[in-house]
Design a protein around this ligand. Sequence first.
Ligand SMILES: O=C(O)c1ccccc1N[C@@H]1O[C@H](COP(=O)(O)O)[C@@H](O)[C@H]1O
Length: 220
Amino acid sequence: MADVRVKICGLTRAEDVAAAAAAGAAYLGFVFFPKSPRNVSVAEARALAVEAPFGVAKVGLLVDPDDALLDAIAAEVPLDMIQLHGRESPDRVAEVRARMGLPVMKALGVASEADLEKVAAYGRVADQLLIDAKAPEGAALPGGNGLAFDWTLVQGKRWPVPWMLAGGLTPETAGRAVTMTGAQQLDVSSGVESAPGVKDAAKMRAFIAATQSAGEVPRL
Ligand SMILES: O=C(O)c1ccccc1N[C@@H]1O[C@H](COP(=O)(O)O)[C@@H](O)[C@H]1O
């Protein structure tokens, strides 16, 4: 049995927050990005976050946020972590971390070995890394596209801080993702939806169950 921590991202309804937590999610993600079908306003995120069960980490996903948005979220939404999913530099990651007084997880889009060269610089300033598929050129969203990357790129890698695997994961692929990469944390959004932005409780349960019954996490 693998003790894998799962983040369910892009929650927009109270019933989905409850279902994700009941299924065993370790992290709940709220997307603050108007182009996303999973976007929530600051007020909507607050309503969801205050009802989230104790002990489940609430993560705010932002894409190149300005300080006004950060301050509005800090004032209203009880979060435990910030996920930066844009083109934020290492210096900006450090600034956001200090401004919010919260740990920051920096997402890095990966399509080739060269993309992993950035890990060292971000590993010095971020608390966690999220290794995601690189969004295609011209895509409306920098993540949440249901696209996977070549997992062999992360096999055997050691990161300076804890990391999550993301990108196109589904209940059908989650177990193999854990076994192949040794990831101890997975992040999923579109793979547990019945339509863009609509979470599916059965898929969330199946996803988390698949991670827990995956083979022993190999020591790579
Ligand atoms: O989910 C979104 O709408 C989103 C928008 C903007 C940036 C990131 C987004 N989601 C993150 O993308 C990855 C992969 O998602 P998927 O499982 O392939 O749909 C994940 O980290 C989400 O948090």
